[in-house]
Design a binder for this molecule. Sequence first.
Ligand SMILES: [Zn+2]
Length: 436
Amino acid sequence: MSDSSARGAANAVTLIRDARHWQTGERIERAFANGQVLERAPAAPDRVIEAGGAILAPGLVDLHVHLREPGQTAKETIESGARAAAAGGFTSVACMPNTKPVLDSVAWIEWVRHRAEKALCRVLPIAAVTVGQEGAQLTEFVALERAGAVALSDDGRPIMNAGLMRHALEYAKQTRLPIVVHEEDLTLRGDGAMNEGLTATRLGIRGIPAAAESVMVRRDVELAELTQGRVHFAHLSCKASFDALRDGKARGLRVSGETCPHYWMLTDEAVADYDTRAKMNPPLRSDLDREATVEAIADGTIDCFVTDHAPHTEDEKRQPFDQAPFGIVGLETALALTIAGLVRPGHLSLSRALELWTEAPRRVFGLPEVSIEPGSPADLVLFDPELEWTVDTSRFASRGRNTPFDGWRLSGRVLATFCGGQQTFALEGAPAEARA
Ligand SMILES: [Zn+2]
């Protein structure tokens, strides 16, 4: 413990000593005060954190989380979700509008922003594309942008009507907001509950073909061309979708895409014993799709990572497989799963992996730049890529415990997170924990 104190005042200077630069690996120190990284450390900082060679990076950004507020606070709240984000090294999260009620008006966007003022990370609301996410009437895009929405999405549902999707893309051009699409042809999904394939057949569970996702990605690549609109593809999970996105990019269209750790870590075999913790939408796919996910990340087809953090109560997940809700939590395991699935096997360098959680998502949504250099907002994460730990959902800050990674031994742990210069997380026992 080597923490010489004085938190309190906003103008107090914190010095992080003996950290490693997330890009260059060189030994650095950084001081910050008033929410900003300083040009140089003063001779007598108010607080010193000995990083012991841990990596210092810009705070992580997650463009796709479900905070469940308003309406479903037993699953998660803005407060608990933001605390989980801080524990995972995130300083900004964009929250999806499929709450109850739906975030489809200026009043609800303002409500979320107000509610998030004291939260432990920046919460950026995404507004619905259609009123009530009912797929019929477009919301007021321009007013929603002015109210602070960072994107538009009917996530949780596809926009099945192609004509409406065309109008949405044209109307959104009056704003800087991307349309974030949850791609799923409902006529192909039917009442499927997991990936269509051998495992589903063996378990007697109705399957969802990968084409339910990819035919919609193909459609929206075509509509991006027709409208010259801006499309961002949410949680892509299968080879044919990556191929469609790759094709759209090659044609110079304004398209981008994201994927999540579970798609590079797992296949549909994780459902083996009717484990509802492996039930998500899009579903875990075949090993061929898992390999294609890694390839699409490595070759730059995928623009950024997201968690699709989707908390549910234990009672809901304890239902029979068919009836249990789709979704897993992801904020507190994201970084370690990135190291386990991508960095350790040599698919990505650590700095590139971090970029996909920091600068890359900022570019996708046009968010202000954050770095660890002087003048930047002090949104920072200090983490140890070698530190081993066991995932224990009973210790999660999230109200959600629904993850198939419970009990996994992983390496890579966040030691401390700072948002706007304020410490929002400290790992128990880590040097950055002790406080004034
Ligand atoms: Zn979705």
